[in-house]
Write a protein that binds this ligand. Sequence first.
Ligand code: FES
Length: 159
Amino acid sequence: MTTEQDLAQASLQAILQTHQNQPGALLPILHDVQDALGFIPDWAVADIAKALNQSRAEVHGVITFYHHFRTTPPAQHTLQICQAEACQARGSRELTAHAEQVLGCSLHGQSADQRIGLEPVYCLGLCSTGPNIQLNDKMVSRVDAAKLDRLLASVKEAQ
Ligand code: FES
């Protein structure tokens, strides 16, 4: 019987075969692993290091350098709050502080129930209508604390 771990391992091996002989293979491998598995598990770091003839510490160092890479499974939902200048001028810092308080986590973290991940985003292309957020695939403009609370409640109710 094929387990989820077997499938993940097979996926990793295919990714390694595709990239391992290319110069600068580490970042493409990490991107592909995260795309395939949703995050970069600890067990994969050893295989990636071995395939690239690097130490686990070197691979781990690259993973932790880039906020994009996750070492834990992603939350069910992702809330991105724009941190770029125009949205900051319209209150995104205060909105972010509110989200951090409500969710009980900082940017790049997850709510305690692991249902909502809080991430920064740097411009969603709607600068004149900020502060802007993206909740999963939906962009929403002119978000204040009350509007954010309603959006988060609707996501939780949809479970
Ligand atoms: S600055 Fe936030 S959408 Fe452009």
